[in-house]
Each structure stands twice: as structure tokens, then as C-alpha cells.
Design a protein around this ligand. Structure first.
Ligand SMILES: C[S@@+](CC[C@H](N)C(=O)[O-])C[C@H]1O[C@@H](n2cnc3c(N)ncnc32)[C@H](O)[C@@H]1O
Length: 159
């Protein structure tokens, strides 16, 4: 796993801290058709047609009780093949480098990905979903209900 990547022109890398402050449990894996970074959609909205599977570790099966009542879920996942050392980044779609915390780039100190997914089906510890953008086998770190009343800000400003 490449924790460091050399900065490209306009980007800035920093030294990462010597040690981690916390640890976590992967609760499952996300299975998608995409085996390489180049194949992955750049955002969750780009391949709404594609179904993917969330394979939750069966030890958490009781934690899935009532999940089938929800139409949409928030998935938090670990972008395990990302560098973590850049604070300024120059993605091709922005004119000037931007701060990492102003970007949805997978390159960040803690490479946590977030997606609001449509829940299609629950079958035991397997969830069929739509609206995901990650590599096949990406580790899952949490599942939460999506609440449109509090999580949606339709007129939010963005550059
Ligand atoms: C722009 S990021 C957005 C991730 C998430 N939807 C978010 O907003 O936090 C999506 C990109 O991350 C990259 N990616 C997907 N899975 C990854 C993984 N397991 N490790 C590292 N990079 C990954 C792919 O290039 C994909 O196009």
C-alpha cells in the first residue's frame, strides 16, 4: 500500500506522523466490477446502472437487522490503495491546486471513502447496492442509514 506518493507539479506532500492514533475493524468488503483504478467511476453518481455487492462479515449479521427497511445507506470504506501524504492536490478537473480537505480525492491522511448508495436487496449478510465508485475488494468500515431530512442539502455551495 503506497502511503506516500511524490507530488506532481503544484502539489505538496508532508511528513506523516510517526504513529497512528486509532485502529479499526474492517466489517466486510465491497465487491464491484472494477479491478483497476482506471476502470473505477470518478464519483458515485456516474454508474448508477451498475449493481455491486457489500459482503458483511457474518459475525455482524445481527447488526444488519432492519436494514432492509431503508432505501438508502451511507457506506464508509477504506480506500486501501491510496497515498496519504498530500495536502495540496492538482486533479485534472480543477484549474488550480486545492487543499485535500476541499476535495473528494482518495488521497488523504485517513483514506475514508463515503457513498450514499441505493439499497436494492438484502440476502443474509450480502447487500446488493447501486451508486458506488470503489475497486473490487475495498474494505468496508461502517454502514449507516441515510436520512434525507438531515443529510441532504440540495442548495449547498461548491466550487
Ligand atoms: C474520487 S474518490 C471518491 C470516493 C468516495 N465516493 C468519497 O467521496 O469519499 C473515487 C476514486 O477513488 C479511487 N479508488 C476507488 N477505490 C479505491 C481503493 N480501494 N483504494 C484507492 N483508491 C480507490 C478510484 O480512482 C475512484 O475513481
Amino acid at each position: 500500500m503506497p502511503e506516500m506518493r511524490p507530488p506532481r507539479p503544484g502539489e505538496l506532500a508532508i511528513e506523516l506522523p510517526d504513529q497512528f492514533d486509532a485502529s479499526l475493524y474492517f466489517i466486510g468488503r465491497i465487491r464491484t466490477p472494477w479491478k483497476t483504478l482506471a476502470e473505477c467511476p470518478k464519483s458515485t453518481s456516474l454508474r448508477r446502472d451498475v449493481e455491486a455487492t457489500v459482503e458483511v462479515d457474518p459475525r455482524y449479521i445481527l447488526a444488519l437487522k432492519d436494514v432492509q427497511l431503508l432505501s438508502h445507506l451511507i457506506l464508509l470504506y477504506w480506500l486501501d490503495r491510496s497515498a496519504r501524504n498530500l495536502v495540496l492536490q492538482a486533479p485534472s478537473h480543477v484549474p488550480e491546486p486545492r487543499g485535500t480537505f476541499a476535495l473528494r480525492s482518495p488521497v488523504r491522511p485517513n483514506p475514508i471513502g463515503l457513498a450514499v448508495v441505493e439499497l436494492v436487496k438484502v440476502d443474509g449478510s450480502k447487500l446488493t447496492i447501486r451508486n458506488i465508485d470503489c475497486l473490487d475488494g475495498t474494505p468496508l468500515i461502517d454502514i449507516k442509514p441515510y436520512h434525507a431530512s438531515s443529510d441532504s442539502v440540495p442548495d449547498a455551495r461548491r466550487p
